[in-house]
Design a binder for this molecule. Structure first.
Ligand code: SF4
Ligand code: SF4
Length: 397
């Protein structure tokens, strides 16, 4: 990190930095302390002479959930031995391995919370030194703390701890449990609430700073390659229509309203989080990862804007987020510098006071460009807040 920036931080800010790192480490230590012993990943105890009813509870899924993994109809007789249903031992082993790969590590929830906490403190308290002079704004919000969090998200929350839990699964599993693929709707709902609360505390901070696949896309996009092509920003009306439409179609298939196969989950084939467990049980999953990482070289977070159902939900939730990018419209001259700095159409929407602006991933790129000091990251309750976007009082054009 630039020494000049560090030297300019006030004592108050240095204390905040130390406190946020210490709090993050404490949260992680608690996560390690409360992490239950991980269940054995071996599925060899299950054989095809057993029935679905015998196996499913030991895997923590419902009979319907195991039937779906075995590509059997959900209403398959659950007591019948699997060999009588035409299932081979290889198919069973594969299904068991896949279900076990979804087993959650509670530690990851603590890590998500620790990263979001640090991101929140950085954006609201540390990014710009107290009493900073606007002429030094280029020093503000150095990228290193952000990149460090993104790397931690990819390496630790991704490759080390595996694909689950993650925000995308958080929402999908709620609906899967509603059609009987998981035993408890409440536990899945609580997991989703956790992610939503983090998204509300800091505007999409869970997506912007802690989600492993979101972080990987962010890192790929940040590579200094194809800079000229990155100037093109995907129209939000288009990406959001695709993302919302896909979510609607997913519900139609999952509930059997279309396709007649209740429990069919489109996102299963488009789940890039499989990368973190190297578990590609369908070729489409690998294609999804490759295609979206290549796209991420040119387009900002293509998976988040085009596919992810949690991205869609957290975009809706942005309306009530407690801290976010705010524009002081008294100062703003609409010069467009923040719009140019923003990798998506989010800043454009924020400057124009749009109620449904494009998702803002709290990446901080726009926070050190404004010559009028009209853009800040802060609480919607603070003096310069714009909690709910209001129509512009006067046009400055
Ligand atoms: S929108 Fe992107 S960052 Fe957010 S959960 Fe989905 S993949 Fe992750
Ligand atoms: S640059 Fe865009 S996405 Fe990043 S914080 Fe600013 S408005 Fe949000």
């Amino acid at each position: 990190m630039d020494y000049t920036y560090l030297a300019k931080l006030s004592t108050r800010q240095k204390l905040w930095f130390i406190a946020s790192v210490a709090a993050g480490l404490l949260i992680i230590a608690l996560g390690i302390l409360f992490e239950p012993d991980r269940p054995s990943q071996a599925g060899s105890e299950f054989t095809i002479s057993m029935g679905i009813r015998e196996i499913a509870p030991k895997l923590g899924v419902t009979g319907k959930g195991l039937a779906r993994e075995l590509a059997l109809p959900l209403e398959t007789p659950k007591r019948k031995p699997l060999n009588e249903l035409g299932i081979s031992q290889e198919q069973l082993d594969h299904a068991v391995a896949h279900i076990l790969s979804h087993r959650l590590t509670g530690l990851k929830y603590y890590l998500f919370a620790a990263i979001v906490l640090f991101g929140l403190v950085y954006l609201t308290c540390l990014g710009r030194p107290d009493n900073a002079n606007i002429s030094e704004r280029k020093l503000w919000y150095p990228r290193i703390p952000y990149i460090a969090c993104l790397l931690a998200a990819v390496v630790v929350c991704g490759f080390v701890l595996g694909k689950a839990p993650n925000p995308m699964e958080g929402i999908v599993k709620v609906f899967k449990s509603m059609v009987g693929l998981y035993p408890s709707v409440i536990s899945k709902l609580l997991a989703l609430v956790f992610f939503v609360v983090l998204a509300v505390i800091g505007n999409k901070l869970i997506c912007g700073w802690a989600c492993p696949f979101g972080a990987l896309q962010e890192l790929v996009y940040s590579l200094p390659l194809l800079r000229k092509m990155k100037r093109w920003k995907t129209p939000f009306w288009l990406t959001n229509t695709i993302r919302g439409g896909l979510f609607f179609v997913m519900l139609l298939f999952l509930f059997g309203i279309v396709g007649g196969r209740k429990g069919f989950v489109i996102y299963h084939y488009l789940n890039p989080f499989n990368l973190f467990s190297l578990d590609f049980d369908h070729w489409l999953m690998l294609v999804t990862v490759v295609v979206f990482l290549i796209l991420a070289l040119l387009i900002y977070r293509p998976f988040c804007y085009l596919i992810c159902p949690f991205g869609f939900l957290s975009w809706i939730v942005e309306r009530v987020s407690l801290t976010r990018v705010k524009i002081d419209h008294e100062k703003c001259t609409e010069c467009g510098l923040c719009i140019e700095a923003c990798p998506s159409q989010a800043a454009k929407g924020i400057v124009a006071d749009k109620l449904f602006a494009a998702d803002c991933f709290s990446c901080a790129r726009c926070l050190n460009v404004c010559p009028q000091d009209a853009i800040r990251y802060g609480s919607v309750f603070s003096k310069t807040s714009c909690a709910i976007p209001q129509r512009r009082r006067t046009s400055k054009k």
